[in-house]
Design a protein around this ligand. Structure first.
Ligand code: BGC
Length: 367
């Protein structure tokens, strides 16, 4: 009896020592006298983002995650950053480099959610926990944060229907979805179809290679010649970057005044909403998403539970019950610019209404 009790106690101690050991390895160099609060603050977080053409990543996600990590580690935590520029092979190499550099935890926004699975597994084999950021990476991830991406697609579809009104079936719409390597793109598409199907005619539909505005531009040119410039009544664009390429093609063909959707509330997108070239965007609170990711990463690096951070569970194709946080989204049109992007400090009124945009702002009463 007694021996058994001792054995249990020893095991428990071994476990807590192991936990201590990992905190030490993770770089806690603080002096042991004021241990508890500072233990593990000196952590290294590897941050991998997928591309840099879409403005959000380096303007919002990166600095916001860095800020949160600093905040939660008494300024001792460090974020090591790499951007894959839409190249899944490069992203796999970036993970290898981070493993070599002994990061304590990874935050990964995958270029290709399937291809990244091997890298996730490699990191995990080295004891490095992985947070899937924005896109649900496959492989043994420990946590996930994103927006409700099916709702993003529904929001876009509903806005397009509203803008089309009784013209919805009077012609064809063109659907420009995101990259087929991005699971979010599939969810946006699913959400959009769930509200558009049966209510519009889809003349042409594309999955856009690497989410690139120039590819969306080329596909739009193709759609205009195939469908006919007088037949297109609206365009579903999965994000603002592509909406930019699409609107350039529409203008070049002399098509104006048809609704085009978007997502991300990029400054250029918001400005096109003000001039009326783009109908809507989806406003997503990057501060909320980034703060969750930072908190998850710090907790995992310190060996703490995620229970107080992540209340939901999400399944990926390979991993069930991943602790997750999904942040809600808002449809952004010319009517709620003040309550959204300006209120949350994405942009100032002066930035949005700069130069030539001043007149357009005045016209819609944005001041
Ligand atoms: C993100 C969008 C972004 C797109 C292109 C998606 O996974 O959720 O915000 O526009 O990727 O990078």
């Amino acid at each position: 009896m007694r021996r058994a009790a001792v054995a249990v106690a020893t095991t428990a101690m071994a476990v807590s020592l192991a936990a201590c050991g990992s905190a030490k390895e993770s770089g806690d160099k603080g002096d042991s006298s004021d241990s508890a609060a500072k233990k593990g603050d000196d952590i290294k977080v590897g941050l991998l983002l997928p591309e840099n053409q879409t403005a959000r990543y380096e303007k919002f996600d990166k600095p916001l995650i860095e800020k949160k990590v600093k905040e939660l580690t008494n300024n001792k935590g460090e974020v090591v950053y790499a951007n894959a520029k839409q190249d899944a092979t490069l992203q796999a190499q970036q993970v290898d480099t981070m493993i070599t550099n002994k990061v304590d935890v990874l935050i990964v926004d995958a270029v290709d959610s399937k291809a990244i699975a091997g890298s996730v597994k490699k990191a995990k084999d080295q004891g490095i926990k992985v947070v899937a950021y924005d896109r649900l990476a496959e492989g043994p991830i420990d946590a996930y944060t994103s927006f409700d991406n099916v709702t993003v697609g529904k929001t876009q579809g509903e806005a397009l229907l509203k803008a089309l009104g009784d013209k919805a079936k009077s012609g064809q719409i063109v659907m420009m979805n995101g990259s087929s390597t991005d699971p979010n793109a599939a969810q946006f598409k699913e959400g959009a179809h769930s509200v558009l199907d049966g209510k519009v005619n889809v003349g042409r539909e594309y999955d856009t290679k690497e989410w690139k505005p120039e590819n969306a531009n080329a596909n739009m040119e193709g759609a205009i010649s195939a469908v006919g410039k007088d037949k297109i009544v609206g365009v579903y664009s999965a994000n603002d970057g592509m909406a930019g390429g699409i609107i350039t093609a529409l203008k070049a063909a002399g098509i104006a005044n048809i609704p085009v959707t978007g997502q991300d509330a990029e400054l250029a997108g918001v400005q096109r909403i003000i001039t009326g070239e783009q109908y809507m965007s989806v406003y997503k609170s990057y501060p909320q998403e980034a703060e969750v990711a930072g908190a998850m990463a710090v907790a995992l690096a310190k060996g703490e539970s995620l229970d107080s951070i992540a209340k939901e569970k999400v399944d990926s194709a390979t991993t069930k019950g991943v602790p997750s946080v999904l942040v809600p989204v808002v449809s952004l049109t010319k009517d709620n610019i003040k309550e959204t992007v300006i209120k949350e400090g994405f942009y100032t009124l002066d930035e949005i209404c700069a130069g030539n945009y001043k007149a357009a702002c005045d016209k819609i009463g944005l001041k």
